[in-house]
Design a protein around this ligand. Structure first.
Ligand SMILES: [Zn+2]
Length: 126
């Protein structure tokens, strides 16, 4: 793979990727269903580094409220066991596309890298 350019990339997803994530969740925080405004990385950036393009792939990104210490983003960071169970965090070596995300309304969905999702089924919504 060649380097596309020497433009310095920001550490987060680019504008269009952010828009894709926002629209995928209709602007709602995927944990509480209220207005969200920030991106949660399912595979944490700190360990994966920012050079790996998978880090900012749509399947790795959730739309949430709060920030690293508050709201649902903060909750996900501080309740890691729950977050791994619910697909809000994904362990390294596991593809985020293969891990269902639990949404606020009980749905479980698999996220792909084009902005779509598919239902993974749930007890309430088989
Ligand atoms: Zn929230």
């Amino acid at each position: 793979m060649s380097r596309a350019s020497n433009v310095r990339r920001p550490t987060g997803p680019d504008f269009w990727t952010r828009e894709l994530i926002r629209l995928r969740f209709a602007g709602r925080c995927c944990r509480c269903g209220k207005d969200g405004w920030t991106i949660q990385h399912r595979t944490p950036r700190a360990l994966g580094g920012t050079k790996d393009p998978a880090i900012n792939a749509p399947s790795n990104l959730l739309w949430v409220c709060g920030d690293g210490t508050r709201g649902c983003h903060g909750h996900m960071e501080s309740h890691r066991t729950e977050s791994y169970e619910k697909g809000w965090l994904v362990r390294h070596g596991t593809s985020p596309e293969a891990v269902a995300v639990h949404l606020w309304d009980g749905r479980r969905v698999l996220l792909d890298n084009t902005g779509n999702w598919s239902h993974a089924g749930s007890p309430r919504h088989p």
